[in-house]
Design a protein around this ligand. Structure first.
Ligand code: SF4
Length: 202
């Protein structure tokens, strides 16, 4: 697997914000090739280079995980689906809970399923691959162009998923005001703040 970084911190976003996790950031992202507009405000552009970081086996990655939960993220981690499936199996054998954060454009590989799957669909289409099998959380970044109908359609198509709305930092405070208004209008949704940035954590 091509791994950009592995580090321990608190989850900063979404339902599990504040929970200690080991982050495994895989290298490479398909957003530019897929025409996704998140390339404008992406805050992990250093993850785009598929050759960045170091080459590790799933066993070597698992050996660096020392917390009860791990968050596999990117870039787009499902670009390395085969290694991911093996990593999930290795971590489950140690009772480590595995969270996955994906942009939703690629299917999950066969094999062990992560314990929590956060999908962050991106503009312009906010499309989700049919092979994701299960979605626990849909995290949508609120930027100047987000239409409420887009989130309402995602929520209707995935009633099992928690909807988290995250203001785009570069568009604050307008994006924050929009996100708060949307959550107040849809009380089953919730606000997601990037608390690791607020606290100065990695
Ligand atoms: S999919 Fe994620 S990592 Fe890739 S450009 Fe979009 S926000 Fe950045």
């Amino acid at each position: 697997m091509r791994v950009l970084e592995i580090f321990a911190s608190l989850q900063g976003e979404g339902v599990w914000a504040g929970t200690p996790m080991t982050f495994v950031r895989l290298a490479g992202c398909n957003a530019a090739a897929a025409g996704l507009e998140c390339v404008r405000w992406c805050d992990t552009k250093r993850s785009w280079d598929a050759g960045a970081g170091e080459e590790l086996t799933p066993a070597e990655v698992a050996a660096r995980v020392h917390l009860p939960r791990v968050c596999v993220t990117g870039g787009e981690p499902l670009l390395q689906a085969n290694g991911l499936a093996e990593l999930v199996a290795l971590l489950h054998a140690r009772d480590v809970q595995v969270h996955l954060e994906t942009n939703g454009t690629l299917p999950l590989p066969p094999g062990e399923t992560p314990d929590w799957i956060t999908v962050s669909p991106k503009p312009p289409a906010f499309a989700l691959a049919p092979g994701l099998r299960r979605i626990d959380e849909i995290k949508v970044v609120v930027d100047a162009g987000l239409r409420p109908e887009t989130v309402e359609a995602l929520a209707a198509a995935h009633p099992e998923a928690q909807i988290s709305l995250q203001p785009e930092a570069g568009a604050a405070p307008v994006s924050t005001e929009r996100a708060v208004a949307l959550v107040l209008a849809h009380p089953r949704w919730r606000l997601s703040l990037q608390i690791h940035k607020l606290l100065g954590l990695r």
